[in-house]
Design a protein around this ligand. Sequence first.
Ligand code: 13P
Length: 254
Amino acid sequence: MQNMRKKIVAGNWKMNTTRPDGKELAKAVAARAAEVPEGVGLIIAPPFTHLCCCGKQLEGTKVELSAQNCADHAKGAYTGEISVDMLKAVGCQWTILGHSERRQYYGETDEKLVEKVKLALGAGLGVILCVGENLDEREAGKHFDVCATQIKNVLYNFTAEDMQKIVIAYEPVWAIGTGKTATAEQAEEIHAFIRKVLADKFGAAVAEEVTILYGGSCKPSNAKELFAQKDIDGGLIGGAALKADDFIQIALSF
Ligand code: 13P
């Protein structure tokens, strides 16, 4: 009964593409989506400004729409923020939360993430929660502790039922945009560990069902080896998600 959990390849476009470029990219991904096996989910996360128009390109395909972040309040006087209801209303099914770039540059804390996850789930959005250590932490051998703390601080506030709507992305910061991928063994070791941290709280059966993605310089040339690992259920793709052919090629790597 192993591996009943969903496989997913998600593209995090970050702050790339203008609206016309984004529309073309979404259209190109949508055009090839049918090539990807039924059991593999596809998600794209364009910038806020073109969620709506990218979403239109995905209609009638299996590709789902995600935001890259959401506000930690439901509504009101929070200039420049985007609420979960706004995301839902433009057709998002998902939001990425806790990306290392948000933790590093925008003061995203685990406390804020608890609020964001609550709001997202409450609005009916799925959550892709990112965790991962930086280079100093990896070199100091603290990567297990860092990931465990991030998971506990955020997800231990939720229920086993909530976990059905939550995907985890392990993204070692030193591998993001650097061309330096974690080896399949390094990634698998942490993925298996994350599953154990989840099992400690929610039980082994729930932990077995959680989709855990790898992110960090994942590309067509290394996706196959990464995805062949027992606890790696797909990828959260940055740079390579900006080319439809590469993104689809990655999704064909299971
Ligand atoms: P790269 O694939 O560009 O390394 O980015 C990974 C990432 O941060 C996805 O969220």
